[in-house]
Design a protein around this ligand. Sequence first.
Ligand code: NOJ
Length: 744
Amino acid sequence: MRLLKIIFSVTILFVSFTSAQNANFEKKIDALLKRMTIEEKIGQLTQYSGDRKATGPVTFKGDSEKLIREGKIGAMLNVIGADYTRRYQEVAMQSRLKIPLLFGQDVIHGFKTTFPIPLAEAASWDLEAIERSARLAAVEASAAGLHWTFAPMVDICRDPRWGRVMEGAGEDTYLGSRIAFARVRGFQGRGLGNVDSVMACAKHFAAYGAAVGGRDYNSVDMSERQLWETYLPPFKAAADAGAATFMNSFNDLNGIPATGNRYLQRDILKGKWNFSGFVVSDWGSIGEMAAHGYVEDRRAAALAAITAGSDMDMESGAYRDNLAGLVKTGEVPVAVVDDAVRRVLRKKFELGLFDDPYKFSDPAREQRELNNPEHLAFAREIARKSIVLLKNENRTLPLSKDVKTVALIGPLAKAVRDNHGFWSVELPGVDYDKLIVTQFDGIKNKLGSDSRLLYAEGCDVDCRTDEKFAGAVETARQADVVILSVGERANQSGEAKSRSNIHLPGMQEELIRKIQATGKPVVVLINAGRPLVFDWTADNVPAILYTWWLGSEAGNAIADVLFGDYNPAARLPITFPRTEGQIPIYYNHFNTGRPPRGDDSTNYVSAYIDLKNSPRFPFGFGLSYTSFEYRDLKLDKKRMRANDKLEVSLKVTNTGRLAGEEVVQLYLRDRVASVVRPVKELRDFRKLALRPGETKEVRFVIDKEKLSFYDQKLQWTAEPGRFDLMIGASSADIRLSDSFELVD
Ligand code: NOJ
């Protein structure tokens, strides 16, 4: 009780300190706003790219230092490094009002230490690890002078043709929301103002992941219900976690570009959600509204964007050139500009930049954090957690370390930079070729001195010719086991990397057939930023690991899994289709009035006549080297009222011979509702570690929130009636089930 009292008093003290501090910031902002010219205000709303690798078309090519000195730039991107950021900040300190610059960057999955691509991390279903990954990225990025990351990307995506699927958490809203929350917490750490915290930026607001046809930057057309139910919740979770900024998106949503979308930015984000941070446009997206055909020119684009609540202009220059004129004519009230400036200044105060503009630019800290061995150790840990075991017949895996001869074959076996994946940060002066552990090196490190590791490329990633196939087959024949490393190059997924054909590239699958025909045990490693199509391989090869792009320690992590030093426990965060024609395919679909019965039913049911109905691999799926048994499902009541909590418990036993982890997934279905509900929806999960023979009890609590949805009037509500409860090892492997009733 005493302890509780102390905690309570400390919390009260902290809350009152923070609100006093905030009130103080607002006063300082008021004073500053009074002194600012309109040009200086617009400067705070203008962001330009520095001279490091640009991540979009560069629209401003002038003398940025001159503009900074004149107070006409408030933020930069692509300026990295303690010394380099200090240089620019020194220029800002020569401006009339000495308002510090913000430095932002795409720190998407690690900084110097590269962690797995976000989709891979999502496969870990390990929220603590995901938070830590963001934390360490922030520690490194902030040590290199950065205040702000353009992450997390929280776009739900049900279309693996979209190249940016690699950057998010997959198809599921619940999992995606939990991960969004964890990532924001990780980046912002103990809160802005701490020198190792960077501002998070939830992007791309909104619905960017639903681009028609999976083609990047394409239009999005969706119902309000789908927007609220599927695409907005991860953004809400990011806002709830305290995300300091949001980025809007390139797409139009039902005909209105997100950048000029008042409903999204003012009504929902700043209104309903009470978001006090600022919104940055996507790269050039304000100017692009003219190309959309939404506005006549860049002047009208600036008017539409600022009116809609887009606070900062990234790279389009539309605010710089037009906003002052728009204020002069009265088309934009100065109060609208002031509100946007206030939001930006607020973050600069919260970061502590007015007290010390150079606090993030500390070369000694940079040296230390960018070479921190603990970060590399963690990179290996999270990489292992991200690898999905898709198939393992005849206990092909794990391999023995005493195996005499291993053949490592394939275009990606010695890949270096590709291991980093798209959206990795490349720091000048860093020899990444020496830093990255390739698969070849990782496997070599594992083998004893009596074992031999042979290598053959087979073909390059595009695999347009079979001229090296015979050599690869010859290499395979000499081995006791073959590991085949195939997939896509890192730059085949990512921004502007949509693909209509997501099969393994070129003749790669032909190479796999040839190697498989040798009769040797074959393990296929698939490296990719998205679900690929590899139907023949899935049917015929005994062992498959999906390794995505895993970052700095990829080779060691893969070798840990191959040789059993780590028992794989990842689960797919997205459905894998059999072929592109099934897209979009996702587990939480509606039943329809004519659901197919089983995989091959096609007769007047909702199905394709030329394809099985199931996906190749379902959402939530992943194997382990051990096995788990689920039993004793108990519900503490069969009827619950809206303010009750229903407790669910079950037991899970490791029935195999190795220690392992299981992801226990809880799905619900609202059987009958005023709007049709999905056949199942993930509503909770637990990741458990179990020793051989060990049993653990798992408990879940179901409350009204978990039963709620948007009704016909788009009210968030739970309707009385019967609910199915399903406990599964994947969305398609339901082990235990029951039902209960929600009563009035
Ligand atoms: C465009 C991308 O869509 C966005 O995600 C990124 O943050 C910016 N470029 C800056 O690189």
